[in-house]
Design a protein around this ligand. Structure first.
Ligand SMILES: Cc1ncc(COP(=O)(O)O)c(C=O)c1O
Length: 375
């Protein structure tokens, strides 16, 4: 009855967990949720009835122009007529997968990597090879998917050398670089955020980002730009997918972008405080259980469990949820066929500092109890 590819479509574990986090009292470290306190105030006075009409598939002109100027400031050579507004950057993953991936196509990814990108690539039949930022060997993969700035799930931010090495590897392997950059505005310490795509010399490339993390995910807006040859194909795929993105959201985002305000500074101060508070609690409670690096941006800590606490973290999740704490097990972030290292992805932006202290204490005791009962 169904298309063959549906066999490869698995339910996203994150969306499953999101279903339970609304339970009263639940402390969630699970999703990549921005803090509700950081959402912009909703002012609909910039919207008029004209925005209720169908619009261009590429996106509204003024927003595309504004986005193009942001992209040029980042070092990407592009113009407004090579900007495509997306219904969330998740849509960009879908469009790029449709353009490049068919059954058996090899996609080169970091391990671990964003699980909802794997969900899409899997649907189109991808096979994977893993690469590391220190040694980007891409083999013969025609497509490389990377999150060089505040990676999901690890939070890693590539150094200048790692950025240049990845671009060179794509050029040498003639692999299309698909750079996903939704977290770039959430930066807490000095670091390099130059798009890797700006270093590409001859390979094709797609660069995308999102308004979800720095404004509001419910508006469902993102954007991409790409090398010239790819743009018309991605526009047609967008037409076929949803005609165009919500024009009310586009208008709202444009008006927020045009307000010169201290928003970014306030946002990053807020999240830096949460990150630092979270890390203090981790140091108190997890120092002997796991290793981690402080993320210089983004929304996550990645905890690699020490060998003596090595356990399939999916097994901990049920116990943790019934004790009122949700987190994201590490295993689903590994592509099929590649070895997973037991770890946990913990979002530090959503829970209040008090809730974070409480939730981490519960989580640490669940891990300790699970490991003791194993012995
Ligand atoms: C790496 C990465 N890419 C894309 C997305 C999708 O974001 P959105 O569709 O809200 O722009 C996310 C969301 O968490 C993400 O972490």
């Amino acid at each position: 009855m169904f298309a063959e590819r549906i066999e490869d479509l698995v339910e996203s574990p994150v969306r499953e967990i999101l279903k339970v986090i609304d339970r009263p009292g639940m402390i969630s470290f699970a999703g990549g949720l921005p803090a509700t306190e950081c959402f912009p105030e909703l002012d609909l006075s910039c919207v008029n009835s004209e925005h209720l009409q169908y619009g261009p598939s590429e996106g509204d002109t003024e927003l595309r122009e504004h986005v193009a100027s942001l992209l040029c400031e980042r070092g990407l050579e592009t113009t407004a007529d090579r900007v495509l507004i997306l219904s969330g950057s998740q849509q960009g993953i879908d469009l790029v997968a449709k353009l490049f991936v068919e059954r058996g196509t090899r996609v080169s990814v970091e391990t671990p990597t964003y699980l909802a990108a794997l969900q899409v690539f899997d649907l189109f039949g991808a096979e994977y090879s893993g690469y590391s930022a220190d040694n980007p060997v891409l083999g013969n993969a025609p497509l490389t998917y990377a999150i060089p700035t505040f990676q999901n799930p690890t939070g890693h931010c590539y150094s200048d050398a790692q950025r240049r090495a990845l671009a060179l590897a794509c050029d040498q392997a003639n692999s299309v670089l698909f750079e996903d950059d939704p977290y770039r505005d959430l930066v807490y310490d000095d670091c390099d955020r130059t798009p890797v795509c700006s270093y590409i010399r001859n390979s094709e490339w797609v660069y995308q980002s999102s308004f979800s993390k720095s404004y509001a995910p419910g508006l469902r807006l993102g954007y991409l730009t790409c090398s010239e040859a790819l743009f018309p194909h991605l526009v047609r795929l967008k037409q076929a997918a949803d005609l165009h993105s919500c024009r009310i959201s586009q208008r709202l985002i444009l008006s927020l972008l045009q307000q010169s305000s201290s928003r970014n500074q306030k946002l990053t101060d807020f999240y830096r405080y949460r990150r630092d508070h979270f890390e203090k609690a981790l140091t108190r409670l997890f120092s002997d259980i796991a290793d981690w690096q402080r993320p210089v941006g983004g929304l996550f800590f990645w905890l690699a469990l020490r060998p003596e606490f090595s356990i399939d973290t999916r097994e901990l999740l049920k116990r943790s949820i019934s004790s009122g704490v949700a987190f994201m097990p590490g295993e689903p972030f590994y592509p099929k066929g590649l070895q997973a290292v037991p770890g946990l992805r913990l979002n530090f932006s959503h829970a209040s500092p008090e809730a974070a202290d409480k939730g981490l204490q519960i989580l640490a005791s669940i891990i300790r109890a699970a490991c003791e009962s194993r012995v």
